[in-house]
Design a protein around this ligand. Sequence first.
Ligand code: BDR
Ligand code: CA
Length: 311
Amino acid sequence: AQKIIIDTDPGQDDAVAILLALASPELEVLGITAVAGNVPLSLTETNARKIVELAGRQDIPVYAGCDSPLSRKLVTAEHVHGKTGLDGIELPAPSVPLQSRHAVDFIIDTLRQHPEGSITLVPVGPLTNIAAAFSRVPDIVPRVQRIVLMGGAYFEVGNITPAAEFNIYVDPEAAKAVFASGVPLVMLPLDATHEALTSRDWVEAMRALPGKCGPAVASWTDFFERFDREKYGSEGAPLHDPCAVAWLIRPDLFEGREINVEIETQGEFTTGMTVADWWRVSGRPANALFIRHLNREGLFALLSERIARLP
Ligand code: BDR
Ligand code: CA
């Protein structure tokens, strides 16, 4: 199985991404590292522990990482995810302990201990933990097999400013370092993830699953959907973060281009923008596979089949 570390700020869609990974034999989740993003760190790490417990996977270690961006003040998204970050269903206080090691140390140690090129990082929140690990111990960078991240937007609107997607906007300096790292990158921007819209039928099928995970996914989706319905007038909730995990399992469900993507950190109006050279006019070398479209039916069939395997 492909060994991965999920770096996350749960988040209802983060939660579904974690469940998809835990339900998929193609992937081995070595650990979950929490970062400040949708809500402050104390909530994201607690939410991560609630999610592994819900999945009956108390064996998955959860680490807390950076509580603020590298050099900016944290911007959160309670307006999307609710006060807890995981509003929609009340989950019990987790009995899974928080690991004592810092998430950045876990990322560094894990990359050092495993053979070079054997670990994929899957960040679905701001890139602070990853950039912090890379800057503290640069020799781990070439040991990373690949980074598959949810973040950015180019043709599609930004969702936190007119030009920027939330994960990149929160810590553009971290994003810039990751995009300049030389590690092979796959990015799932809003351009693709806004096509991952839940349908009523799919949500009701989740709710009808026996066990706890399916109904939890339905309740999270119900909550998360409100924001997009009011904001974009769309039916359904975009399951952004599960797209990153799904790409690892079924890359054939996605299409994109290897292009150059630069992160704007200085712009008066465009800070956090992912400037994507789709037409290759800059002459700058490609540094990312920019995913632009996905197969919605295939994605939701995969999610249904996998979530149904969980308790
Ligand atoms: C991203 O921001 C968060 O609110 C979601 O969890 C997702 O990772 C979408 O812009
Ligand atoms: Ca997220």
